[in-house]
Design a protein. Structure first.
Length: 463
């Protein structure tokens, strides 16, 4: 969905109200959310949050688990879990038998890469902006299996077509050298910097090249439009606790039937695993309500160790609440428009620019990035005076800004040092409005002036 560019259209979008008449932004924030007094959450993209009705649902499930632990965990929970799978299947347009729950997207990527069997010469392909934990997972797999890895290096902004062509060229390069790309890992929306990836075109390119596609949709469901059968990835995982207003940690893991035999074990391996050469009994019987037609894949993920699975059960409540807001398309329209207008305003106040490509596809999401007007030269000079390492300036300033935003301004905006400059990543959400980002612009201007004055270096030198 394209972000509206007409000012009148944008104004109308940002004036959205829920079906019961509550205005998106501050009014909705004060009615339904749980933030501390005076705290402004401008970093929804990292950890998400959820409204009061979802909290009530989660606590109800937790209370039921404590009231009759064995009854709830052994018998009631599997039925409620099926109801959650059915609920989310509707917004993903995917059969419920292809969907199971995990704690988070990192667990999903690990589940895929640790289940695949690699032969000598087979490669894992990934991109420069892969989530750090997932890159470490790739490193671990290459240490412990015959797999090799290959990385596509680049710096944003780049065009979508360039990225897809870079993928094709890298696959061909590996093949020319006698190897084969077995699986490619890529995002829906990159975490840092927060930009949309042409994941649809990359999935199609994987299919054409005979490469398994593993999509890290940490910023996926509840954020960008998804139709999984049309997209047709080989593996897809998406956090529900970031953008779908579900408690942490909850992620949905999609594996089409054709690939379910490849995912033999959960992470950790649990009661559902079926060894090839042995039969090991489990002291934990399957639910009395498990139907015979339920697949081995779904049954495998039903019980994976004892954790608080209440967040998995909150999907129906969260989706009902989002429908009251106006539904998925309205939420996306509001957040996409707010994200872009917020970035444009912050960039204007800071006299810098937002990160985007010429076709403006990078900003077609709920995240936008604005360069901070902090002088690298002044920062290095301040570091030298304070006896700090010059090559650590990027991370030291970033960390000082992060801590100071919380301690002095009662907010948090994700900051990163990228391509030789500091950037702020803005998160748009239904409980935010333009007035919040107007305040954020002035706050960021103030904190950048404090950085240029060298205040950060004095503080860091005393630690």
């Amino acid at each position: 969905m394209a972000t509206p560019t007409n000012n009148d259209t944008s104004s109308n979008v940002l004036a959205l109200r829920t079906k019961s008449g509550v205005k998106f932004g501050k009014e909705l924030r004060e009615k339904d959310f749980l933030f501390g007094e005076g705290y402004l959450n401008l970093n929804h993209g990292s950890f998400g949050t959820y409204p009061l009705p979802v909290r009530e649902a989660m606590r109800s499930y937790q209370d039921q688990a404590e009231a009759r632990p064995d009854h709830f965990i052994r018998y009631a929970y599997p039925t409620l879990l099926d109801e959650s799978r059915e609920a989310i299947s509707k917004i993903l347009n995917a059969p419920s038998e292809t969907l199971v729950f995990l704690p988070n997207a990192t667990t999903g990527v690990n589940t895929v890469l640790r289940n695949l069997v690699f032969s000598p010469g087979e490669h894992i392909l990934y991109f420069a902006t892969i989530y750090g934990a997932c890159e470490k997972t790739v490193d671990y797999i290459t240490e412990t299996t015959p797999a090799k890895s290959v990385k596509i290096a680049y710096t944003y902004p780049v065009e979508d077509d360039w990225l897809v062509e870079a993928f094709r060229q890298k696959v061909a390069e590996v093949e020319r050298q006698g190897g084969k790309v077995k699986v490619a890992v890529f995002d829906t929306v990159v975490s840092m910097p927060g930009v949309r990836v042409p994941f649809e075109a990359l999935t199609a390119a994987c299919r054409e090249a005979g490469v398994l596609s593993c999509i890290d949709g940490a910023h996926g469901v509840g954020h960008v439009e998804l139709d999984l059968p049309t997209l047709d990835p080989d593996f897809f995982v998406s956090n529900c606790h970031k953008w779908l207003h579900v408690p942490r940690g909850c992620a949905i893991f999609y594996v089409p039937v054709r690939n379910q035999h490849l995912i033999r074990s959960t992470l950790p391996t649990s009661h559902g695993f079926m060894p090839k050469n042995a039969k090991i009994g489990s002291p934990f019987p399957k639910s009395a309500f498990v139907e015979a037609k339920k697949s081995a894949y779904v049954s495998n993920f039903e019980f994976v160790g004892t954790i608080d699975n209440a967040p998995f059960l909150c999907l129906p409540t969260a989706l009902k609440w989002r429908e009251e807001l106006g539904g998925e398309e309205k939420i996306r329209e509001y957040c996409f428009t707010l994200a872009k207008q917020a970035a444009q305003h912050v960039a204007e106040v800071l006299r810098t620019e937002m990160l985007d490509n010429k076709t403006e596809t990078l900003s077609q999401c709920c995240l936008t990035n604005v360069r901070l007007p902090i002088s690298v030269a002044k920062a290095k000079e301040a570091a030298a005076k304070a006896g700090l390492e010059s090559d650590e300036v990027g991370s030291l300033v970033r960390d000082w800004v992060s801590k100071t935003l919380i301690s002095d301004y009662n907010t948090f905006v994700q900051t990163l040092f990228y391509n030789g400059a500091w950037w702020t990543r803005l998160s748009a959400q239904v409980y935010l409005e333009m007035g919040d980002f107007e305040w954020a612009a002035q706050t960021l201007k103030n904190i950048c002036e404090r950085v240029d004055s060298g205040e950060w270096a004095v503080v860091e030198s005393k630690l």
